[in-house]
Write a protein that binds this ligand. Structure first.
Ligand SMILES: [Zn+2]
Length: 491
């Protein structure tokens, strides 16, 4: 059923402004086709409720006077997130090395899980999945990504040896990989809706063939991804798998996180302008398709801004995505120091993009999370950011403190009676009084407790840092706090 905007205008009040009409149209159109709602008035009620929700789920409590930093409260069905906030990564529905019951002691507010990995892991079980909150025993806010990052990481990133944790910017421009081809008939079969949940293996499967589970971008390899305007084909050990906007939203609604993300295609700074523009337009079409695919109204959906390292494309993307009726916005493919990119690149992306995003809605920076990156992101008006750094680096012996990062496995820490960080309130430092020397011994003997204790500390460190950042905004002292904190870090 198509709805006429004029008819909608007649049945709404004057407070129902034009920006909301665009959202209203999409919601009405979707609701009518998906839920077969017969009454226009019933649809209008749904739209009005959505509109009311739109202005109530995110509250900006305080704005910094000298920067774009802001402190807010993001309200979700599973509780509030006080922003700015770190988002802890729980790729396969678990924060590695940190049991759920210990997460509250790490000041974790929000966890992001990986849609692609969960889709591949759950397979048929997705249909009857009890939801991420129950699976994780985590009755607090959750977020899922779109699966779009795997388009980049298993494709161009893998082909050119570009890692999430570094080596993101090889020095020369490279051509765009195309992946392997399959026949039109094969593609049609993969895109067939009923076959999708069954197309996954019904067993635990962490990822794609040849991909080490913990560092899947470590080296160069074959491009395992083929991107089309319809969606993305992944080469897996089970043959090709197909993921598109509709399936991404379907999976994310089944997973049931509080915040979900529209399907997108991240690009690399190495992609040229022509490909980045082509990809951007595809991401924009996928954004609209993601909105139309919604069947639940209790999740916040974030649209994703892309555009690589090109100012005109970033602005174009932010302007387009910023006008869509998403509840929040994410900036993707921005890279930061955590991705091996120069600091200036991430700053440019933020400066180009943020002005086009609605001020009253939450903003998330995808895949960014070193200390300097976090301060830059907050200063430019970002509210949340996710990164694997705290847990991944902990498992390899890298500990974060207010003075910077150190590798506890080094010989200089043998027998050290110094705590991981003086005054730290984490379980490892506070309750267990673990010394650097003891932690070094645990790593040397490959004791599982080493990664556990180090993760407890790192996750707490970043969550606590963001809590202090938030407090500094509330007290009108953000710039002073930032300058003091960064000046104490050994680089
Ligand atoms: Zn600690």
């Amino acid at each position: 059923m198509q709805l006429d905007l004029k008819g909608l205008e007649q049945c709404t009040t004057s407070s129902f402004l034009s920006s909301s009409l665009e959202k209203a149209y999409i919601l009405l159109h979707d609701a009518s086709s998906r839920k077969k709602v017969s009454s226009l008035w019933e649809n209008c009620f749904i739209v009005c409720i959505s509109y009311i929700n739109e202005v109530s789920y995110f509250e900006i409590v305080k704005k910094d006077s000298s920067t774009d930093a802001r402190a807010g409260i993001l309200k979700t069905p599973h509780g509030e997130v006080r922003t700015p906030s770190y988002v802890v990564v729980g790729t396969d529905a678990a924060v590695r090395c940190v049991p759920s019951e210990e997460l509250p002691h790490t000041k974790t507010q929000l966890i992001i899980a990986n849609t692609y990995h969960l889709w591949r892991t759950l397979g048929k079980k997705l249909e009857t999945f009890e939801g991420l909150h129950k699976r994780m025993k985590w009755n607090s806010p959750l977020m899922t990504d779109s699966g779009g990052f795997q388009v980049f990481s298993f494709g161009f990133g893998r082909e050119h040896g570009m890692g999430k944790m570094g080596n993101a910017l090889p020095v020369r421009k490279l051509s765009v990989g195309t992946g392997r081809a399959s026949s039109p008939a094969d593609e049609a079969a993969l895109r067939s809706r009923p076959a999708r949940p069954d197309s996954c293996r019904d067993t635990k499967l962490a990822g794609l063939r040849e991909l080490p589970p913990d560092n899947f971008l470590a080296g160069r390899g074959k491009n395992l991804v083929r991107v089309t305007d319809d969606g993305v084909y992944f080469s897996t050990e089970d043959g090709e798998q197909y993921l598109d906007a509709e399936l991404s939203i379907y999976i994310q609604e089944k997973l049931g996180a509080d915040i979900i993300v529209a399907f997108d295609e991240p690009t690399s700074p190495l992609h040229d302008h022509a490909y980045t523009k082509e990809s951007l337009e595809r991401t924009h079409r996928w954004a609209i398709r993601s909105l139309k695919a919604r069947a639940r109204n209790d999740q916040l959906m974030y649209g994703v801004v892309q555009g690589g390292a090109f100012e005109d494309l970033r602005k174009e993307s932010a302007e387009f995505i910023g006008k869509q009726p998403f509840e929040g916005f994410a900036i993707g493919g921005s890279y930061g120091e955590s991705m091996g990119a120069p600091r200036e690149q991430m700053l440019s992306v933020l400066r180009w993009s943020v002005p086009y995003l609605p001020k009253e809605k939450p903003r998330h920076l995808l895949g960014i999370g070193r200390i300097e990156d976090v301060f830059d992101a907050v200063e430019h008006g970002m509210d949340t950011f996710d990164c694997v750094i705290p847990t991944r680096e902990a498992r390899h012996g890298s500990l974060w403190t207010a003075k910077g990062r150190f590798d506890v496995r080094k010989g200089s820490f043998e027998g050290s009676r110094e705590p991981i960080e003086e005054g730290c309130g984490c379980i490892a430092c506070g309750e267990k009084n673990i010394t650097r020397g003891e932690l070094r011994e645990l790593f040397k003997s490959k004791n599982m407790e080493a990664g556990h204790l180090a993760s407890l500390h790192n996750v707490y460190f970043f969550n606590n840092l963001l809590e202090r950042v938030r407090d500094s905004i509330l007290e009108g002292e953000f710039s002073k706090f930032r300058d003091r904190f960064l000046s104490n870090i050994h680089r």
